[in-house]
Design a protein around this ligand. Structure first.
Ligand code: NA7
Length: 536
């Protein structure tokens, strides 16, 4: 048996969250060990290498603000950065801050168990090693556990099976191939136009049509970038005050949708459609709050789909009916136009369900479709999947799976009752996926850093979210979500995309009040956490 390595903190994951956490731990004089299942840094941006993969938050905002030199020296090339560009950025960050020496790659954390007597975590990895740590920090990402539907017969399929979130490193060439894509969320909507350019035939299997607005992606003009950089501090500051932590350069809404007449609404939507991106949903104050207001935006997008897709029946099938923004709005380049191509076909699986996968393709209720390749753009077991796939055990040996059997139960999305000294970066119950992730990550990392400093100065060595605080917090998150239109559809925010997953709204809408709340908790002796010192 090898020896047990002892560190102050284990950090699981080396994406945006893990990298910054390691940087801050080192700066604070804590010893830390990072573990990363991937062969390199990047997290989401390491795995999601599918064609067309791109961030839907603008590049100059989807980047760290913690280091002025870093944000001044990095040059973003496009309005929306592609996956390779973001990965290069994170590799640069890892090099610049010399972070790789604290990360063990190609290593998956299998279990993390509390040793109550020693007040330490025992972390086991798939290389057979054991690490003992005072703190465990989960930087495991919200969208990292791939959701692959268990279609009957899938294992018989002779062609290639790919998932957008586990894309091979080698270039996949679809030239001359018949490709099936299952799923029309962001990953499907981004990859379908690119796959269609290569494939001989493309069949899209759609369960729920999605709203998408044009990205209007473009090369960034150096003068524009220089202007952003000259005012970076102000831009970052302004974004902190946005409900989503980004988008402060977009014109702000000034009135509720129904206070505008039809012409004014159309002009406003049209201007934002032309501008491209998420700013579309900021056309009016109440688009995510009021159903009638929301309908006006939804109908505008449906009209655009009807105007783009030439076959009216197909346009109808592609037109979503749920609340716009209830599932994350997609940002596309040529998505709806793709369906005008003769070699692209849509199968609405509500009309023609998939019966099974055969050796040579997919059998639907209406017949067999021959395919050489099946691409699953079916998303993730979001927010809890990566955590629950590990064997995490807290006080009394209780597995996290059991503690969260009725849904994730956290305080602030950061701490879990029964799991002392374990922190989750952008965990369920925090704004996370409803915000610019980088902004939320920096906030959490800095909050955890301050907490550890508090631990050092006070001699406290055990921090645990209280059960009451977590219960109140979960109720609060659901009450806030209930004031919006978010819970009105079957989204992954609610866990509805994974069969059997408890249905509970996981992210908290509204970044600035959350930041204030976390600051208040810290200023009040970490109210809601039990802080104890076992010695002295
Ligand atoms: P999403 O947004 O969860 O989209 C997954 C898509 O796959 C969505 O259209 C699902 O339909 C569909 N899906 C899921 N399971 C099935 C099954 N079993 N059969 C058919 N279709 C299915 O994941 P993405 O990867 O596109 O995007 C995730 C996030 O990454 C995105 O929101 C951005 O934040 C970036 P459904 O809507 O559930 O009916």
């Amino acid at each position: 048996m090898g020896g047990v390595r002892e560190v102050d903190a284990v950090v699981v994951g080396a994406g945006f969250a893990g990298l910054y956490m390691l940087h801050r731990l080192r700066a604070g004089g804590w010893s830390a060990q990072g573990f990363e299942a991937g062969g390199g840094v990047g997290g989401t941006w390491y795995w999601n290498r599918y064609p067309g993969a791109r961030c839907d938050v603008e590049s100059v905002e989807y980047s760290y603000k913690f280091d002025e030199d870093l944000q001044q020296e990095w040059e973003w090339a496009e309005r929306y950065a592609s996956q390779p560009e973001i990965l290069r950025y994170l590799e640069h960050v890892a090099d610049r801050f010399d972070l790789r020496r604290d990360i063990q790659f190609d290593t998956r954390v299998e279990s993390a168990h509390v040793d109550e007597r020693a007040n330490r975590w025992v972390v086991r990895t798939d290389d057979g090693a054991t690490t003992s740590a005072r703190f465990v920090i989960m930087a495991t990402g919200c969208l990292s556990a791939a959701n692959l539907p268990s279609l009957p017969g899938l294992d018989r399929f002779a062609g290639d099976v790919l998932h957008t979130g586990q894309w091979p490193h080698e270039q996949v060439d679809f030239t001359g191939r018949r490709v099936g894509v299952v799923g029309t969320g962001s990953s499907g909507i981004q990859s379908i136009p690119v796959i269609a350019e290569q494939a001989e035939a493309l069949v899209v299997f759609q369960r729920t049509p999605n709203y998408s607005v044009p990205a209007r992606n473009r090369r960034l003009d150096p003068d524009e970038v220089a202007a952003v950089k000259a005012g970076y501090a102000e831009l970052r500051e302004a974004n902190q005050l946005m409900p989503t932590g980004f988008g402060s350069r977009t014109p702000m809404p000034v009135k509720p949708a129904l206070e505008a007449d039809e012409d004014e609404r159309r002009r406003e939507f049209e201007a934002r459609w032309e501008r491209g991106g998420f700013g579309f949903l900021a056309a009016f104050l109440d688009l995510t709050l009021d159903r009638a207001a929301n309908d006006t935006a939804a109908e505008f997008v449906r009209d655009k789909i009807r105007a783009t897709v030439k076959d009216p029946l197909l346009a109808d099938r592609l037109a979503p009916t749920q609340v716009i923004g209830c599932k994350r709005l997609c940002i596309d380049t040529g998505y709806f136009e793709t369906y005008n191509q003769a070699h692209v076909r849509l199968v609405d699986i509500n009309v023609s369900p998939i019966v099974e996968v055969t050796g040579t393709g997919v059998r639907t209720s209406e017949g067999d479709i021959s395919l050489d390749c099946l691409v699953f753009a079916t998303g993730f077991d979001a927010m809890t999947g990566a955590l629950l796939r590990m064997d995490i055990r807290g006080v009394g040996g209780q597995p996290l799976q059991e503690a969260w059997a009725a849904g994730p139960r956290t305080y602030l999305g950061l701490g879990v009752p029964g799991f002392p000294n374990l922190f989750v970066i952008t965990g369920p119950g925090s704004p996370s996926v409803l915000t610019n992730m980088v902004v939320s990550i920096e906030h959490h990392v800095e909050w955890i850093t301050d907490l550890l400093e508090h631990v050092r100065t006070t001699g406290v060595d055990r921090i645990e979210a209280t059960s009451d605080a977590a219960d109140e917090w979960v109720a609060y998150v659901n009450a806030i979500a209930g004031m919006t239109l978010f819970p009105t559809c079957n989204s992954w925010y609610l866990g509805a995309n994974v069969p059997g997953k408890p249905r509970i709204f996981m992210p908290l809408p509204g970044f600035p009040p959350y930041v204030e709340h976390c600051a208040h908790v810290a200023a009040n002796g970490y109210k809601g956490f039990a802080l104890t010192a076992s010695t002295g």
